[in-house]
Design a protein around this ligand. Sequence first.
Ligand SMILES: NC(=O)c1ccc[n+]([C@@H]2O[C@H](COP(=O)([O-])OP(=O)(O)OC[C@H]3O[C@@H](n4cnc5c(N)ncnc54)[C@H](O)[C@@H]3O)[C@@H](O)[C@H]2O)c1
Length: 260
Amino acid sequence: METKAETAIPYDLKDRFGIVTGAASGIGQAAAVHLARMGAAVALVDLNQAGLEETVALMGRQSDAPTLVFTADATDDGEVQRVVSETADAFGSLDFLINSAGILRRSGFLEMPLEEWDLMIRVNLRGPFLYCRHSVPHMVRQGRGVVVNVASLAGRSSSILGGAHYTSAKHALIGLSRHMARELGPRGVRVNAFCPGATLTPMTVNSTTEEEIEAVAATIPRQRWATPGEQAAVIGFLVSDASINITGACIDSNGGSLMI
Ligand SMILES: NC(=O)c1ccc[n+]([C@@H]2O[C@H](COP(=O)([O-])OP(=O)(O)OC[C@H]3O[C@@H](n4cnc5c(N)ncnc54)[C@H](O)[C@@H]3O)[C@@H](O)[C@H]2O)c1
């Protein structure tokens, strides 16, 4: 039995192929650019075509690895199936899946329309589930794969900016990740939930006043919101073999918010 210290596993993603959802904006866009910089070939998916073009332009400067682009709705089973199978065919391998597509709505519990509850669960839980459902069989066949489900600090506590629907979906996404990790670990597939705290992206900036941004920053031990790039760096680590022993975890990146 080997117990000696060995060299840490190198940290790049050459010859790794995968999918990033929500890749047109914010954390998903930064993750796609970062993964490309680490050498990965990435399929970008989003509803927002103009944002995807921006991501392609940003990635172009980082890597020579091929890029695929899909405009597709993460909640539509047929579209997700098409994206996954075309990606696996084109790349010949499917090594990672980053589920970053998501939406935020702000409603108090007493005022929340039922349609808004359904929409939030549909995009923030059904969407990642569908991508997992269609991607994991490819990973199981290969005997290796990594899933990162972008949950939230709102999956670990309640949500300042969202509502009960957002908090519920993100808690459930962590549960999905944990359960998948248990079932799929023996098949070589790692599944983790990534839980960002307040991060300056179009999702948050477009629904928040400057005063609110400052007020939230004041509650964070680090005293500032994260940038998408700071969150992307953690996603890169979770995709790489440097995190080979991490599965079924919730990886927090929140400036210390969960401690208080
Ligand atoms: N920004 C934060 O403070 C924060 C904190 C915790 C968790 N998160 C989570 O991080 C993820 C990314 O958020 P962000 O802040 O980068 O937001 P963002 O709005 O900048 O990006 C989200 C992307 O998802 C896409 N999208 C939405 N619905 C879709 C659908 N049905 N199909 C395909 N694409 C769809 C949007 O078009 C957008 O490009 C989300 O899951 C969000 O809940 C964000």
